[in-house]
Design a protein. Structure first.
Length: 423
């Protein structure tokens, strides 16, 4: 059975999540900011129309915000994560064969639905998600993942498609490829894009028709697969099980630089707690923990960066144990007299928690640790993140290392106290 793929992409996802619970934002230019309300990480179509660029620092567009009455939102990752899960759960109603590609995208295998009109089926998917969740999506359908991505991109931008474009056996396939810039082809990075354009390959159609030997010589087997995907030969199957992560990093920039070791230790403990929770959800343990810190290289003549790597005697996901090792590493690289702008932790050499190799002189009660972490996670899952936390994180309020979200919307779907009120 020849495959048929669909890509379902949530349009302007972060902005769309905000609009679901605040309809007053509809039709207005809206931007969502990064941590500490620093840079633009999401834009509505109206914001794009007034030339607000992705990643621009918010202070650089203050005039645009004032002139066009741009609505500014702090990022609300709890809301976005929950809304993403709702979208993916809804998609599983249409087919069990689904690959969650990112927080706002998923591939579907529609091979068993060939007897249906796939365009109509795509519209059913689109209208159902809009009705049940309130998120607008675009749907691209084709014989390969790469072609589906192209179809989805056109469906999002072209009003004629109504948000759904099926390129399977389509007479408009060559036209779709011709209007797709080569840098917009899935898998073509910036360096490959520059190389291809220098050799006269400016769009997806020209890339599809390029010679195999030329592509293989210059771009290797990955480039050859890309070209074959454009020709309708499926080289990438649906990944139903995500590959295990090779590492986890938790790092934040501070809104205001901090100086004391006490504050740095609190921040490190907080980030270790987040990373350890992620490890346990992945059913993994870390064999190596790395701690790094840095000053603001743009505002200080004496820039300082350092990193300490700690090889753990036994891989672990125990929060308290990881905090202990992280603090030991921090003490080795911390230097007085600097104003620090960023600190972070990285967990490496991850192993499944069922394949941990112990050592003879391990004095830690691993069984007790496992039970304690299970209780900790259950309480925080049920009562809200941070309900139980280690004292090493600090007990004070308004800690300077904490991330600032001055314009964050309520956690409408994950916190009972912040449910939407209807009057």
């Amino acid at each position: 059975m020849s495959p048929i793929f669909a890509i379902v992409d949530c349009n302007n996802f972060y902005v769309s999540c905000e609009r679901v619970f605040n309809p007053k934002l509809a039709g207005k230019p809206v931007v969502v900011l990064s941590n500490n309300d620093g840079c633009v990480v999401a834009r509505s179509d109206e914001a794009k129309a007034i030339s607000i660029k992705m990643g621009v620092p918010v202070f650089k567009i203050s005039n645009l915000i004032k002139t066009h009455e741009v609505q500014v939102c702090s990022s609300n990752y709890a809301l976005y994560g929950d809304m993403s899960q709702r979208v993916m759960t809804t998609l599983s109603e249409f087919t069990p064969d689904i690959e969650i590609y990112s927080i706002d995208e998923a591939f579907l295998d529609l091979s068993r639905f060939k007897r249906y009109n796939l365009t109509d089926y795509g519209h059913r998917i689109r209208s159902t998600i809009k009705k049940w969740i309130g998120i607008p999506v675009s749907v691209g359908i084709a014989e390969t993942k790469t072609l589906a991505k192209i179809a989805g991109r056109i469906a999002k931008k072209s009003e004629k498609t109504g948000g759904v474009l099926d390129l399977t056996a389509s007479p408009y396939l060559d036209r779709a490829l011709a209007i797709t810039d080569v840098e917009d082809v899935w898998g073509v990075g910036r360096s490959y894009s520059r190389f291809l354009k220098e050799n006269g390959i400016k769009n997806a159609l020209q890339l599809r028709d390029a010679g195999d030997s030329f592509i293989k010589k210059r771009m290797g087997i990955v480039g050859l697969r890309m070209v074959r995907e454009l020709r309708g030969v499926a080289c990438y199957s649906l990944e139903r099980c995500l590959p295990p992560k090779k590492g986890i990093t938790v790092s934040r920039s501070f809104k205001d630089s901090i100086k004391t070791l006490t504050e740095m230790k609190e921040a490190v403990a907080a980030y270790v707690s987040i990373g350890a929770t992620k490890l346990r959800k992945e059913r993994s343990a870390a064999g190596v923990i790395m701690v790094f810190l840095m000053t603001n290289r743009f505002q200080q003549e004496r820039h300082y960066f350092n990193l300490e790597t700690i090889q753990l005697p036994v891989p672990t996901s125990d929060t308290s144990e990881l905090i202990q090792y992280a603090h030991e590493g921090l003490k080795k690289i911390y230097m007085k007299g600097y104003l620090y702008k960023r600190v972070g932790v990285m967990f490496k050499d991850l192993v499944p928690d069922g394949q941990i190799q112990s050592i003879f002189f391990d004095r830690r009660d691993r069984k007790r640790s496992e039970k304690l972490m299970l209780v900790l996670d259950r309480i925080n899952d049920r009562m809200g993140s941070g309900t139980l936390k280690y004292a090493a994180v600090g007990l004070g309020r308004n800690q300077r290392w904490q991330t600032v979200f001055e314009r964050r919307s309520p956690a409408y779907t994950t916190n009972w106290d912040q449910l939407l009120k209807v009057s």
